[in-house]
Write a protein that binds this ligand. Structure first.
Ligand code: NAD
Ligand code: MG
Length: 395
């Protein structure tokens, strides 16, 4: 088996570190060629010493100079670059076989798209890229023949539960619907009247998964599931009305596929992102991921609930954006990124997040979306409208 060369975009994040943990277990299979991060250079420095990549990328010239200096002093040969252009370059290096796209948010779109256009095996954690640019992204996949493998646990579960030859339209394989499971986050049982007062720390304390800050807040509002509905639409070619969200607090059933004959196929396991990461890295083979085997006796009970739109208004907003199509999902995603950051910065209440997104969707007319420029224009317009909505909310 030939050694596979990897670029890891977002190596210092939660997914990036889980990826390196799987890679560390299989030095005979994977070699890290490029590690890309943003600001956490202490962690990136340690990663460079351990994995000895040819390239490392950071967010600014100052951080690049500081990292390069420390690496040189430690005898490392890793070359350091910085900025969005360097990310794109690392994603498309000719000698790279597979790219882990694990930057958070819209910042990850262009490098992920570059990996797709270069025909790489693309392991997609960065769901925002697909939400904002669905048609452009999938057209690029078709054109280049890149292999797109979902890392999001729900989509990875669905991918594993579909026939191998499902092509781009799962309905043709006898699928009747996709059931996306959601934990319900930390506020599933909080009194509705208390939601306006919850803090970013409470929102980030997820019951089952340890994740980056932005996706943790998204899980608390359930916008994460909304983004995943849109992601599932693009990955599997299934319309909104055939994608159902099911609250499943144990996070053991990672998602399910319902077929027209009544069969339901699911993937189960402990909630540990190393499972989907290992699956996608080795696909179609299987490798050890360091994940504890599932103990069904310890789990004992699996339960399922219908999501409540009054508690989780972000979820219907995501369905609305998917149905409207065109630029609406890009607007939804950008307004959400701005609103979540404002909540983390304590500028707005938790319950204002969906209001900012709804107002932004209401104010911006939908537009067609067929090029990267269309995506970037919708993203920029939505960010400025969302900021204006937040300014209006200040007393
Ligand atoms: P995180 O915040 O822990 O890490 C984000 C990474 O992106 C860091 O390495 C950071 O350096 C990098 N980054 C941030 N802004 C950047 C920029 N402007 N330019 C370059 N790099 C930048 O986030 P995470 O939890 O690892 O999530 C990463 C992505 O994976 C998100 O899109 C998230 O939705 C998705 N995802 C995460 C999980 C999970 O369990 N953490 C599960 C499913 C999907
Ligand atoms: Mg997920």
């Amino acid at each position: 088996m030939a050694l596979q060369n990897l670029t890891i975009l977002g190596s210092t994040g939660s997914i990036g570190m889980s990826t390196l943990d799987v890679v560390r277990r299989h030095p005979d299979r994977y070699r890290v060629l490029a590690l890309c991060a943003h600001r956490q250079i202490d962690r990136l420095f340690e990663q460079c010493l351990e994995f000895r990549p040819a390239h490392a990328v950071v967010g600014s010239p100052e951080l690049a100079a500081a990292l390069a200096e420390r690496l040189r002093a430690a005898g490392s040969k890793t070359r350091v670059a910085y900025g969005p252009g360097a990310l794109v370059e690392m994603a498309a290096l000719p000698e790279v076989d597979a790219v882990m796209a694990a930057i958070v948010g819209a910042a990850g779109l262009q490098p992920a798209l570059a990996a797709v256009r270069a025909g790489k095996k693309v392991l997609l954690a960065n769901k925002e890229a697909l939400v904002m640019a669905g048609p452009v992204f999938m057209a690029a996949v078709r054109e280049s023949g890149a292999a797109l493998l979902p890392i999001d646990s729900e989509h990875n579960a669905i991918f594993q539960s579909l026939p191998h030859d499902y092509s781009e339209n799962a309905l043709k394989s006898g699928v009747s619907s996709l059931l996306l499971t959601a934990s319900g986050g930390p506020f599933r049982c909080t009194a509705l009247g208390e939601l306006a007062e919850v803090t970013p720390e409470q929102a980030c304390a997820h019951p089952n998964w340890v994740m980056g800050q932005k996706i943790s807040v998204d899980s608390a509002t359930m916008m994460n599931k909304g983004l995943e509905v849109i992601e599932a639409h693009w990955l599997f070619g299934v319309p909104a009305e055939r994608i159902q969200v099911v609250i499943h607090p144990q996070s053991v059933v990672h998602s399910l596929v319902q077929y027209i004959d009544g069969s339901v196929i699911a993937e189960l396991g402990n909630p540990d992102m190393r499972t989907p990461i290992a699956h996608a890295l080795a696909y179609p083979e299987r490798i050890a991921a360091g994940v504890e085997p599932l103990d069904l006796f310890a789990v004992a009970k699996l339960s399922f609930e219908r999501p409540d739109d009054a508690r989780f208004p972000c979820l219907p907003l995501a369905y609305r954006a998917l149905r409207e199509g065109g630029s609406a999902p890009a607007i939804l995603n950008a307004a959400n990124e701005i609103a979540v950051q404002a909540f983390i910065d304590r500028e707005i209440a938790f319950t204002a997040i969906p209001r900012v997104i709804e107002k932004t969707l209401d104010r911006l007319p939908g537009a067609a979306l067929s090029t990267l420029d269309d995506v970037l224009a919708a993203d920029a317009a939505a960010r400025s409208v969302a900021r204006a909505c937040i300014a209006e909310m200040r007393p």
